[in-house]
Design a protein around this ligand. Structure first.
Ligand SMILES: Cc1cc2nc3c(=O)[nH]c(=O)nc-3n(C[C@H](O)[C@H](O)[C@H](O)COP(=O)(O)O)c2cc1C
Ligand code: SF4
Ligand code: SF4
Length: 275
């Protein structure tokens, strides 16, 4: 234990000596869970932290990070890293020995997410030093209220633990994915995009849509335009469900197996935080 902590302290001293304490956290968030996680982490760390959203980097051909510590905070989609967020990470360039960490917020089924991310970074010659999954209320399959409340109550304590590890540049093991979990992840990936969140089935109820454009503003992929006072979807959907959850008239329906899902957003987040 003592050895473990002293190794961490030496590594931490090394990272800071390499160029100060600047940290960048790249995040993706549709209903606020990951945004609140990134914000709170930034508050708890006694260092200079900048948050950078997926929407601000998604079209950059190359993303030069230049920071001594880089974090990724994002939701799990279909038991994995959201494809478009992973593509951004694959276009990033890190300084040598950058401390890399990740927090995947999810609804209890992180699947192969952290392994995927770790593998993707390895192919770039980078190492994911610390990785965590964090249970939050679900926004695709909606978590029962009691379980959601419990997760939100436990969130500050869990996040503080994570923040302490990151503050000392701690290392964690990347959880192995047991065979049954890999199978479950494969099933989620096969079924989810067709039957649970399938952008081809998104539509508005004409009489309910007031053409306010909020769905277009919160869409991190600029995939919605308002035409003739109605939302219309393009072909760049990243499945995040921001449009569905934030529409003030609940005019958006997403079809699929669970047509009448309740709307959710994290209580500390408003649409302007995401636009
Ligand atoms: C398309 C989609 C697929 C999802 N798939 C999973 C999943 O496989 N496992 C899981 O635990 N949560 C899954 N979720 C739930 C989200 O990961 C979780 O609610 C997350 O905290 C939402 O983050 P946000 O509020 O920052 O957008 C999924 C959500 C969406 C929108
Ligand atoms: S947010 Fe809802 S009401 Fe406003 S334009 Fe979009 S679908 Fe219509
Ligand atoms: S269209 Fe809706 S679900 Fe698709 S990326 Fe935009 S906000 Fe997310």
């Amino acid at each position: 234990m003592t050895l473990y902590y002293s190794t961490d302290l030496i590594l931490k001293a090394y990272y800071f000596q390499q160029g100060g304490k600047h940290m960048k956290i790249y995040y993706l968030s549709a209903t606020g869970n990951s945004l609140v996680t990134a914000r709170r982490l930034a508050r708890e760390l006694d260092e200079d932290v900048t948050l950078e959203s997926f929407r601000s980097i998604r079209l950059l051909p190359e993303i030069e990070t230049g920071d001594t510590a880089v974090g990724f905070v994002f939701p799990v989609y279909f038991a994995d890293v959201p494809r478009e967020f992973l593509a951004c990470i694959q276009r990033m360039k890190f300084r040598r020995n950058t401390y890399l960490f990740a927090i995947a917020t999810c609804n209890g089924v992180p699947g192969t997410t952290l392994r995927t991310l770790s593998g993707a970074l390895e192919t770039k010659g980078a190492r994911l030093s610390a990785a965590f999954s964090l249970d939050m209320p679900g926004n695709a399959l909606i978590t029962p209220q009691a379980a959601s409340d419990k997760r939100l109550n436990e969130f500050p304590g869990r996040l503080s633990q994570i923040a302490r590890t990151i503050a000392r540049r701690g290392q964690t093991s990347i959880p192995r994915t047991p065979v049954w979990e890999s199978l479950r992840s494969a099933a989620v990936r096969a079924i989810g995009p067709r039957f649970v969140v399938n952008p081809q089935k998104f539509h508005t109820v004409e009489t309910a849509c007031i053409g306010c454009g909020l769905c277009a503003r919160v869409c991190p992929a600029s995939n919605i335009i308002i035409s003739n006072n109605r939302a219309r979807w393009g072909s760049n959907c990243i499945h995040c469900l921001a449009c569905f959850h934030w529409c003030p008239k609940q005019a958006i329906h997403i079809g699929g197996l669970l047509t009448d899902r309740p709307r959710y957003h994290h209580p500390e987040v408003s649409p302007s935080d995401l636009c």
